[in-house]
Ligand binder design. Sequence first.
Ligand code: WQD
Length: 339
Amino acid sequence: MRVFLTGGAGYIGSHTLLEVLSQDHQVCVYDDFSNSEPEALKRVAKLTNRSFDTVEGDVLDRAKIQQSLIDFKPDVVVHFAGKKAVGESTEKPLMYYRNNVDGTLALLEGMEAAGCKRIVFSSSATVYGEPHYLPYDEHHPLAPTNPYGMTKYMVELILKDWCASNVKNTAVLLRYFNPVGAHESGEIGEDPNDIPNNLMPFVSQVAVGRREKLSVFGGDYETHDGTGVRDYIHVVDLAKAHAAAIQFADGHSGCEAINVGSGQGSSVLDLVEAFKSASGRDIPYEVVARRAGDIAEFYADPTKADKILGWKTERNLSDMCKSAWNWQSRNPKGYNSIK
Ligand code: WQD
């Protein structure tokens, strides 16, 4: 199939690019490199020994995204491009609505001009908000508690209406839990632009000596050890979920929301201990106040993904930490030595 990846040079995008190329699809990457590096694409090309098209562009550039889609004639679009920091979204909500919502509208209008009727969308478990029950299944009420999660929720609603408007349209909404880790080669991985918001890249940078110590946001939650519990998923398992979603979209129409998680909850301290074992490095930490907006505990019911995509996670927390350390230790300053 002809696959168009917006944000294909990013953390999850580059891992999905590698997986999709390995399955002999023809690919075009569309990325503005605002939160990614062209070096990631060079490394994927080398790892797979396959070529693919690359267009440097912003999804908000309506003329450019439309022409790129008309030129490439994709069978399916996988839409990664967007802003993804919860904290930043509360400080700059208009930027998040512009990029994540208006950017998706520009993409969909371009897809219509190019006759493309299938999309796999990078959604998030953040759409669920405070748990009414756990694990979250896809019927759980949707009540995001921050602008980032609200943009994901709004795009889900747009795609639901887009599918209802034409029986030939297909949208697979992948609700990610917490993606971590890296490809086994250590050649591609998570490379935050500045101080990492997320736990795993921060722990990795402590281990490699870029950060002094980890601040554990809260030690008094109602969890097994008082620290926050999340459903971590290996980024390679996540990439394989996208490949499965592409295949599913090829044979189905309509709009399907699907949890992409392991179904297992791990605490902050569980991850710290797993990382220490994986890296042989100490991870100094200090328990500090809770982070505003954090939820104590959430994890996925992954049943639907297995049932309709024939997909489930294969890698555990130790695999995630070993692969994250392999990437970080081989690339102490990420893709760009000046970082
Ligand atoms: C995990 C746990 C923190 C950093 C967010 C988004 C989600 C997705 C993933 C985009 C929590 C604790 C963290 C630190 C800590 N993003 N923590 N010290 O908040 O579950 O999810 O990122 O798609 O949509 O909501 O991930 O990694 O930030 O936090 O103690 O320095 O680690 O309190 O319990 P989160 P996270």
